[in-house]
Design a protein around this ligand. Sequence first.
Ligand code: GLC
Length: 429
Amino acid sequence: MKRQRLGTVATSAVSVLGLVGMGLVGGLPASAASKVVIEFAASPIANIGLRSHLISMFNSTHPGIEVKLISEPNNTDTYRAQLVTQISSGSTTPDVFMGDVIWPAQFGHAHLALALSRYLPHTFFKRFAPGLVQGASYHGHVYGAPFFMDAGFFYYRKDLLKKANLPVPHTWEQVVSDSKILQSRHLVKYGYVFQGKAYEGLTCDWMEFMTDAGGKVFGPGGKVAIDSPASLKALTFMRSLITSGISPAAETTFQEAQSMNVFMEGQSAFLRNWDYAYSLSQTGKGTKVKGDVGVEPMPTFQGQSWPGYSNIGGWNLYVNPHTRHLKQDLAFIDWMTGVKAQTFMATFGSEIPTNYTVQKSPKVRAQNPVLNIVSKVRLVPRPSGTPAYPKVSSAIYTNINAALAGSVSPAAALKAAAQGILRATHSGL
Ligand code: GLC
């Protein structure tokens, strides 16, 4: 049954290739056919209505296609689980889905996404910033069209630092000492908020602290290396943020939204979040920090060279292998990664564009301080090259979260994480 559907896609792919070759994808004539509806699944982007704006821009310029938004959960794990169930049952919808940058290995391996490189020519992929297409590939095929890039950034309250006459901290040790000063002067309730809940976001934050301390998840020859003195330093530090009251006790339940809310409420001097946090802090509903937010690359531990590591996040556009509308799906992807949509997303939502022309544009960079410092950040990816990544990540975030909550010691948590990762990578995938 599933094979037959894949066969349908493959046949229409020949004509799609022809269209792309002629440069016609993205410009299907309105009269070519009656309107085709395609379903686009996506979680909220930046929480300011970006998805709907983009879709109505596309729909109004492509009379032959109507893109319908299927709104998906914010939590990448929940969203992934839903999609896996839906697509593996053979569902023809969604046609196109926005999916995390960590999915290509899992989705490619399990045939949950179409290998776009079979249907789109080399020239299509040239529009993307260096490294992104490789990140969206698995075993020689490109599974996702890079849609927007995320990276961890360090947000700070300009007004508070000014009041206390403090420069922007460049080390984690300074984040602690500055927080103590600001908190003891009752200028702010908390020093630093980040993502500490047991979910994918904590793996992102962990990659940053661990790499800053000199640690790795996998060492030479792919050996599990997470249980190291460097990791112990990082995890002991993270736990101390909570025990010292620099971070709230509720940190262990924080995803991006909760840490963002504390910061927007004016209750924390510093925040770790993705690129969209800048525009959200300035234009988001009920923000109390308008005009007071600055952004820098991440701090690092004393003795290391600044900046610290920023985890690479972001989202790609994938096609459901069972779609009935490949031609229209590809036209939509072509448009969403083109100059118009990417410029809009960068300027309206402070998302980092994947389209290199847009990413480099001085006009776009001048729009806001996040885009202006993208070239300064030092990136570290998650170890998502294996189809077993969901289990690897879960071994990381479950154990790191337990240590943050104080229910196990940092040393025991790292040992358990190493065992979990070993089990995951030997799970037969
Ligand atoms: C952001 C990133 C994504 C990451 C997620 C974790 O959405 O773009 O890559 O997995 O946060 O919460």
